[in-house]
Design a protein around this ligand. Structure first.
Ligand code: ADP
Ligand code: MG
Length: 541
C-alpha cells in the first residue's frame, strides 16, 4: 500500500481563510495560525510516515475525529502546479480490513458524482494515510440560515447524486451527516467523504465490504478469523491455517476500530450476567426529572412478545410485556446482533431498534434528517445521547403510533408509555424557521411550540440557546450559541441571510421530506427515486 494507487484526482480548491472547532468536534482549517499541539501532531505524522515528507508539506490539521485526523498538505513535486491535498491519518488501532474497505470504497466508487476520490495511500507499520483531493468546505452550522431555498434544493440534489452512486455499488455509508458531505458554496462543489463505517449490501460490488462485519458480528467472529493484507490484496484465513504473508505489524494488530466497544451498550448485571440492551428508558426519570410529561419506550423483538426469544426457553413466560420494567427473563435474553454505527441523531428507526436487515435506506433516512435541518433552520435537529432517546425524539415528530406500526413491519415491538401525535412537517419547519418573521422569536414562543413535546422540552433544558434564537437572530451575531463546545457553534459566516424562496416553499419539499423520513425502510424513497422527485423538477441530472 506504500505505492500510489494512481487514482484520478479532482481539481483541488483554494484554502479556507478561517478556522474553528465544528459542531462535531472537528477542527476547521485556519490559515497562518497553528496551535502548538497541531505543530506537534504534524511533526509526529512526519515521523510515523516519513515518506510523506518527500511528497507533501503538511500545513495544518483540518479535522480531528475519533478514528482519524485529517491534515491539509500541499504537494512538493518538482514539476506541475502545487496541489492541495487532504491527508487522512487513520488511528493505528483501526482494523486492517476496515482500512482496506474504506480505501476500496473511495477508489472504486469515488472520484465522480460528488463522491470523494483518492489520490495516494501511504503506510508505514500500523500507520495508514489516505491522500485525497482537498475540497475547501463550509461549516453546515455557519451557513445553514443563510442558504437560499434554491441552494437547499441544489444541496439535496447533489447529496442524492452521491448516494445514488454509492448505493449502486452496494455501499451503505452508515454515517451520512453534514460533516461527511463537504460543500464548497462558492464553487458549488460537493463531496461525500468518510467510508470508515460503511458496510456492504448482500450484493455489494466492493469486495472488501464483504469482509466488513457489523460490530456485534465482529465481536463474536474476530477470534476465529485473521485477515492478511498484501499490497492491494486481502485474504481471509481460518485459525487452522493462519497466513502470515505480510510482515507489516498492521496485519497482526488484533485491535479493531474502537467503535465496536464504544457503540455497544451492554451492561453487566449485578450477578455478572449480561444485561439486555433493550432496557426501559424512562425519559421522565432520566432526562426530565422536573417535567410532568414523559414518554417511556421499550424495544423488543416481536419474537419476545411471542415468548420465543432465542436464548430463552420458549416455555418461559415474560412478565414485563406492556409494563415499563424489564423482567429477569428478558434480562437473560441474548443480545440482538445488528449494526448500529453512525451518529444517534441521524440513525434510522430500524438502526435504533437494532433491526438486523439494514439496507441503503438507512442513508436515505439520514439525508432526511439533514433536509429537516435545512427546512427548519435547526442543527443538530435531533441530539440524543442514546438510541432510545433518539427513538423517542423521532416519535415526537413522526408520531408514536406510526413508529410502533412501522417497527412491526421489521419485526420490532416498541412499547411507549404515552401516545404522541405526528406533526405536520410544513407547520413544524415554518414555526422553527420563523418564516415571515423579521423579529427574533421569544423564548416563550418556542416554549409554546414545544411545550407539548417532551423531546423539545429536554432540548430547552440542555440546549436552551439552540432553540430560542431565530435564524435572523443567530445571524445578527447575537447568538447565545457562539463558540459553545456542546455542538452549538454559532454563526460566524459573513454572507447575508438569503430569504429568497423561503416564503413559498412548495408542497413538493415536504412531500419529499415525508418520503425520506418514512418510518418503514421498505417503502422509504431511494436516492434514484429522490432525484426524479417533483421537488427537483428543472434540475438536470
Ligand atoms: P472521520 O472518520 O474522523 O470522521 P472524515 O473522513 O469524516 O474522518 O474527515 C474528518 C473531517 O476532515 C471532515 O469532516 C472534513 O472536515 C475534513 N476532510 C476530510 N476529507 C477531506 C477532503 N478531502 N477535503 C477537505 N476536507 C476533508
Ligand atoms: Mg467523518
Amino acid at each position: 500500500m506504500e505505492a500510489s494507487l494512481g487514482i484520478q484526482m479532482q481539481e483541488p480548491t483554494a484554502f479556507s481563510t478561517r478556522g474553528r472547532f465544528l459542531a462535531d468536534g472537528s477542527l476547521k482549517h485556519e490559515q497562518n495560525f497553528k496551535l502548538p499541539g497541531v505543530k506537534k501532531d504534524i511533526q509526529k505524522l512526519y515521523e510515523a510516515v516519513p515518506q510523506l515528507g518527500n511528497v507533501f508539506k503538511i500545513k495544518d490539521k483540518i479535522g480531528e475525529g475519533t478514528f482519524s485526523s485529517v491534515y491539509l498538505a500541499t504537494t512538493q513535486l518538482k514539476v506541475g502546479p502545487e496541489e492541495k491535498i487532504a491527508l487522512k491519518h487513520l488511528i493505528p488501532t483501526s482494523h486492517p480490513v476496515r482500512i482496506a474497505a474504506e480505501l476500496q470504497c473511495l477508489t472504486v466508487a469515488g472520484g465522480q458524482d460528488n463522491v470523494m476520490g483518492v489520490k495516494y495511500c501511504f503506510r508505514k507499520n500500523d500507520h495508514v494515510v489516505i491522500a485525497m483531493p482537498y475540497l475547501e468546505h463550509e461549516s453546515f452550522l455557519d451557513i445553514l440560515n443563510s442558504l437560499s431555498f434554491q441552494e437547499v434544493r441544489e444541496y439535496m440534489f447533489n447529496l442524492f447524486k452521491a448516494l445514488k452512486r454509492i448505493h449502486q455499488f452496494g455501499i451503505v455509508h452508515r454515517d451520512v451527516k453534514p460533516s461527511n458531505f463537504l460543500y464548497n458554496r462558492r464553487l458549488r462543489k460537493y463531496a461525500l467523504v468518510d467510508f470508515g463505517l460503511a458496510q456492504g449490501t448482500h450484493d455489494t460490488k466492493i469486495e472488501l465490504l464483504k469482509f466488513v462485519q457489523s460490530e456485534a458480528q465482529q465481536e463474536s467472529c474476530s477470534q476465529n478469523k485473521s485477515y492478511v493484507i498484501t499490497g492491494n490484496k486481502i485474504s481471509l484465513s481460518s485459525p487452522a491455517a493462519p497466513k502470515e504473508l505480510d510482515q507489516q505489524p498492521t496485519t497482526k494488530t488484533a485491535v479493531k476500530r474502537p467503535y465496536t466497544s464504544a457503540q455497544i451498550q451492554i451492561k453487566q448485571g449485578k450477578d455478572g450476567k449480561l444485561m439486555k440492551q433493550s432496557k426501559t428508558v424512562d425519559l421522565l426519570s432520566r432526562k426530565l426529572a422536573t417535567k410532568k410529561k414523559a414518554i417511556s419506550t421499550k424495544v423488543m423483538n416481536s419474537s419476545v412478545m411471542r415468548k420465543t426469544a432465542s436464548s430463552c426457553p420458549a416455555s418461559l413466560t415474560c412478565d414485563c410485556y406492556a409494563t415499563d420494567k424489564v423482567c429477569s427473563i428478558c434480562l437473560s435474553r441474548r443480545q440482538q446482533v445488528a449494526p448500529r454505527a453512525g451518529t444517534p441523531g441521524f440513525r434510522a428507526p430500524e438502526v435504533l431498534t437494532k433491526c438486523p436487515n439494514q439496507t441503503t435506506a438507512i442513508d436515505m433516512w439520514s439525508a432526511g434528517v439533514i433536509f429537516l435541518s435545512l427546512l427548519s433552520g435547526r442543527y443538530p435537529f435531533y441530539k440524543a445521547s442514546d438510541d432510545l432517546t433518539a427513538l423517542a425524539q423521532i416519535m415526537t415528530i413522526r408520531g408514536s403510533r406510526e413508529t410502533i406500526q412501522a417497527a412491526k413491519t421489521f419485526g420490532k415491538s416498541i412499547l411507549c408509555s404515552k401516545e404522541v401525535p405526528a406533526q405536520d412537517l410544513r407547520k413544524l419547519c415554518e414555526k422553527l424557521r420563523g418564516v415571515n418573521s423579521n423579529t427574533p422569536k421569544l423564548t416563550s414562543d418556542i416554549q409554546e411550540l414545544t411545550s407539548q413535546d417532551p423531546t423539545f422540552s429536554e432540548k430547552m433544558d440542555h440546549k436552551g440557546a439552540h432553540l430560542i434564537q431565530t435564524p435572523k437572530a443567530q445571524h445578527s451575531g447575537n447568538s447565545l450559541c457562539k463558540g459553545d463546545s456542546n455542538g452549538c457553534g454559532g454563526n460566524l459566516d459573513e454572507s447575508p441571510t438569503n430569504l429568497e424562496g423561503w416564503d413559498e416553499v412548495p408542497d413538493a419539499a415536504y412531500d419529499l421530506l415525508d418520503k425520506l423520513l418514512d418510518l418503514n425502510p421498505a417503502s422509504r424513497i431511494t436516492a434514484e427515486e429522490a432525484l426524479l422527485h417533483p421537488f427537483f423538477k428543472d434540475m438536470g441530472l
